[in-house]
Design a protein around this ligand. Structure first.
Ligand SMILES: [Zn+2]
Length: 115
C-alpha cells in the first residue's frame, strides 16, 4: 500500500500576504497547496505494516507555488515565495486529540531548544 492510499488529496488555493523583495510592496497572493487529509479508515486490503504506517500518518499540505509575480504594476517582477511554510501540519484539523496536542508541544519545545 502506498502513502497516497492513506490520504484524500485535493488542491486548494489560499491567500497569503507577502512582500515583494524588489519593490517592498505588500500584497495578498493566492498560492496553490496540495492538501493531503488522512482518511478516516484504511482502505481494504491493508496488512499489519500498512496499519502501523497509517497510525503514524498525519494530514499535511505542500505548497506547490515557489514563485509569485509582483502585483505592483510598476514592478511586476517575479520573486521566490518565502516566509510561507512549504509543508504545513494539518494535524490539529485532522485529529486534534489532547494527546496529539501534547506531542506537538513537546516537538515544538524540542525544536526551540535545538535552534
Ligand atoms: Zn515588486
Amino acid at each position: 500500500m502506498e502513502e497516497r492510499d492513506f490520504f484524500d488529496e485535493v488542491t486548494e488555493r489560499k491567500v497569503h500576504k507577502m512582500v515583494c523583495p524588489h519593490c517592498g510592496q505588500a500584497a495578498e497572493y493566492e498560492l496553490s497547496w496540495l492538501v493531503r487529509r488522512k482518511r478516516a479508515q484504511l482502505p481494504r486490503g491493508a496488512n499489519d505494516n500498512d496499519r502501523a504506517r497509517f497510525a503514524k500518518a498525519r494530514s499535511y499540505m505542500l505548497r506547490m507555488d515557489d514563485l509569485a509575480g509582483c502585483k505592483n504594476i510598476r514592478c511586476r517582477k517575479r520573486f521566490e515565495v518565502v516566509g510561507v511554510q512549504s509543508v504545513a501540519d494539518l494535524q490539529e484539523v485532522a485529529a486534534g486529540s489532547a494527546e496529539n496536542r501534547a506531542e506537538r508541544i513537546r516537538a515544538a519545545f524540542g525544536r526551540r531548544s535545538l535552534g
